[in-house]
Design a protein around this ligand. Structure first.
Ligand code: ADP
Ligand code: ASP
Ligand code: MG
Length: 395
């Protein structure tokens, strides 16, 4: 009978030291001893990708995209080798593979590539020989054989895409929290763990900054029906299962996106700004129109790239953070959210609403407090929401 196959992914904190790599090895060995074939995906040791990025930026504020991928992919290569050595030392045969060795083929978009295809033959052969296969996350190769990376947090996507290609029985994302919460539990102490999170909510949470899962990972799992679970490396419990098509809650979660910038220009420069963003592959999260100016919200690390070609036309560039409520009610929460925040002296600079989310733009120093205020109102004590909606519907 064919053995079940599971893909286990371990993030940066989980492989952050030799001791932790040992803990990771124990999870893998348990899965193997339980009768599974195991493919493991690892991230770089915590802090390593940022360290490498910092080195590159000492040379150039906008380093060559191809070379940056060569550099950053080294982080995962270190972890995969250390983990395979640990498993071997413990008596379990393991083989590590880079993205290229695992035949993970991506498009040509350096620093933000998309996986196009995985030829799983090498991995399948190694599994058939009873090896544990350890694959470097976050990386692949384009058709020219150049190394590419999948964007920050991309190891989750490597794992889920491998799980899909190998028709794995489950993809387990091991991290430093024990599941998906209603908000980042490091910011909101009362955040609640969600045993099951539906795909539409998880996708929106990931899109709006809940970095516990990389957005393309959620999208791939949803489209390809990959059973996906988030669980802790450091604590034994069932974690959160990502499953289902329907969001039933008024507000199911709150996401925080830090490190964003509001770039403003005179109205007549806006078409040219939008065009530059498109040409540079800079994602525009939101467009804000005010009487005096038009602005775009972009990631702060894209500012240097934009400034290179557009600098003299930028009127102002200021750091902002985004706070998004995700759930069935969005439009209905606009007024109440602004009111609740204003009562605590927090100004909402701008907002945008769509079908299942309300995104608020504010100064970075306000976002944690704002998350706690809205979480308390809409999730911890949702009577407030109920009474507010009654009030709204009565007019
Ligand atoms: P890894 O290195 O394992 O990939 P990440 O740092 O990328 O881990 O993601 C895990 C972190 O995501 C947690 O430590 C937590 O601070 C953060 N996070 C943000 N939003 C949420 C959420 N809704 N639920 C759980 N964790 C969240
Ligand atoms: N090491 C990469 C990062 O820090 C990828 C990942 O951790 O998923 O973004
Ligand atoms: Mg991550």
């Amino acid at each position: 009978m064919k053995k079940p196959l599971i893909v286990q992914k371990f993030g940066g904190t989980s492989v952050g030291s030799i001791e932790r790599i040992h803990t990771v090895a124990e999870h893998i060995i348990k899965a193997k001893n339980d009768g599974n074939q195991v493919v493991v995906v690892v991230s770089a040791m915590s802090g390593e990708t940022n360290r490498l990025l910092g080195l590159a930026q000492q040379i150039d504020s906008v380093p060559t995209a191809r070379e940056l991928d060569v550099l950053l992919s080294a982080g995962e290569q270190v972890s995969m080798a250390l983990l395979a050595m640990t498993l071997n030392k413990l008596g379990y045969s393991a083989r590590s593979l880079t993205g290229a060795q695992a035949n993970i083929v991506t498009d040509n978009q350096h620093n933000d590539a998309t996986i196009k295809m995985i030829d799983t033959r090498t991995i399948t052969e190694l599994l058939a020989q009873d090896h544990i296969v350890v694959v470097a996350g976050f990386q692949g190769v384009n058709e020219n054989g150049d190394i590419t990376t999948l964007g920050r947090g991309g190891s989750d996507t490597s794992a889920v895409t491998l799980a899909g290609a190998l028709k794995a029985d489950e993809c387990q994302i091991f991290t430093d929290v024990d599941g998906v919460y209603t908000c980042d539990p490091r910011v909101v102490a009362t955040a609640q763990k969600l045993e099951i999170v539906d795909f539409p909510s998880m996708e929106e949470m990931a899109r709006k900054g809940a970095k516990v899962l990389h957005l393309p990972c959620v999208q791939y799992a949803w489209e390809n029906e990959v059973p996906l679970r988030v669980l802790s490396t450091f604590d034994v419990n069932a974690g959160s299962l990502i499953k289902g098509e329907q969001c039933h809650k008024a507000v199911c979660g709150i996401a925080i996106q830090r490190d964003m910038a509001l770039i403003t220009v005179q109205h007549d420069h806006f078409p040219s700004l939008a065009k530059q963003c498109q040409m540079l592959g800079v994602e525009v999260w939101s467009v804000i129109e005010e009487a005096e100016w038009t602005g775009v919200i972009i990631k702060r690390d894209a500012c240097a790239k934009l400034a290179l070609v557009f600098n003299e036309k930028i009127r102002n560039s200021e750091p902002v953070s985004l706070l998004t409520t995700v759930g069935l009610l969005a439009q209905e929460l606009v007024e109440r959210s602004c009111e609740l925040l204003a009562e605590q002296g927090i100004e909402v600079k701008s907002l945008s609403v769509d079908k299942q989310s309300l995104m608020l733009v504010m100064l970075p120093q306000h976002v944690d407090k704002a998350a706690n205020i809205l979480h308390e109102a809409y999730i911890t004590s949702d009577e407030l929401l109920a009474s507010h909606l009654k009030h709204v519907s009565l007019g």
